[in-house]
Design a protein around this ligand. Structure first.
Ligand code: GLU
Length: 318
């Protein structure tokens, strides 16, 4: 088993990220596998080296360790997406050669003004209505003179199904989700392509991550198929929502960040115990060493539904 935690260094680690990291770590450690830390700094302007350092510091404080990663090395590096551009370009070229991509000249503004088409992949926005899919070679050439295109993956009309270790059987008709961008007009590779290339190149067998990426998995499976790469096993774990019903974000205050809880004197064992309770691994929150948590962990025990924190819980435990 090879598993990973793949944070984007665009902010401090919050308790939702910590929960995902903990569960990914437990899954790998329980099975004697190899745990990889990969830094997803593809979207350069949003990422900062300070956040990368602070995320590592927080993870170590929590007691999580990794066998491979930017700071510890390993046989599958580099472990920062910013240094893996050539691998993404190679995969992009393979897809292009196989005729799976097409240039798209639509601007964001144009897409926004189109009536939003019905779509199947709800978290990924309205479906792309395929405007540029049918352009002739001549039209493409003419339009490329005025604008650098993005490149979209032509989603085949085939159903995608997979068994998620936490969320159960998932079935989609991704055609309704629209052809998605694999390379932006500014040359930046999309998360979807980068993550597939990385997980495949790093021989990741088990992907455990937040349920916000469940919809993306469909797109990623299509890319695995198109690139003839083995598809890993997936487990999508619940997200944490604040007392206002919104996904955790800065708006909720600093108590949601691991560093602030640490400064406030919350111990790592207590935080891990609270998170393990929220994930469904414990009957009640209690301080437990990670090693002890291992005996409570099975991927099947993780709850499927979202975690909603209410005010009394937050003031009691955080
Ligand atoms: N980098 C993504 C995030 O921080 C996670 C990607 C993944 O686990 O596939 O949300």
């Amino acid at each position: 088993m090879r598993g990973r935690f793949a944070p984007t260094p665009s902010g401090d680690l919050h308790i939702g990220n910590a929960l995902t990291a903990m569960l990914a770590w437990l899954q790998v450690r329980k099975n004697g596998g190899t745990f990889v830390l990969r830094i997803e700094d593809l979207d350069r302007p949003r990422c900062r080296p300070t956040f990368y350092r602070r995320i590592c510091e927080d993870l170590r404080w929590l007691g999580l360790d990794w066998d491979e990663g930017p700071d510890v090395g390993g046989g599958y590096g580099p472990y920062e997406q910013g240094k893996r551009g050539q691998l993404y370009e190679a995969a992009f070229a393979r897809l292009e050669k196989a005729g799976r991509l097409y240039p798209c000249f639509c601007s964001r503004k144009e897409l926004r003004t189109l009536a939003s088409a019905p779509h199947g992949l709800s978290s990924l926005g309205p479906a792309y209505p395929g405007l540029c899919r049918g352009l002739s070679a001549k039209e493409r050439e003419a339009r490329a003179k005025g604008k650098r295109p993005s490149h979209r993956f032509a989603v085949p009309d085939e159903p995608v199904a997979f068994d998620d270790a936490v969320m159960g059987r998932q079935t989609y008709s991704p055609g309704s989700g629209g052809d998605f961008v694999v390379k932006r007009a500014d040359g930046i590779m999309s998360y979807q392509l980068a993550v597939v290339v990385d997980d495949a190149e790093m021989d990741i067998t088990h992907v455990l991550r937040g349920a916000d990426l469940l919809d993306s998995t469909v797109r990623q499976i299509l890319l695995y198929r198109a690139l003839r790469l083995p598809v890993p096993k997936f487990a999508h774990v619940p997200l944490i929502y604040g007392p206002d019903g919104q996904r955790l974000s800065k708006r909720h205050g600093e108590w949601i960040t691991v560093s602030r809880l640490r400064e406030n004197g919350v111990s790592a064992q207590r935080l891990m115990g609270i998170l393990a309770f929220l994930a469904g691994l414990l009957e009640q929150p209690e301080s437990l060493a990670l090693e002890e948590l291992l005996s409570h962990f099975t991927v099947e025990t993780i709850r499927e539904d979202d975690i909603h924190l209410d005010e009394p819980f937050v003031s009691k435990w955080f």
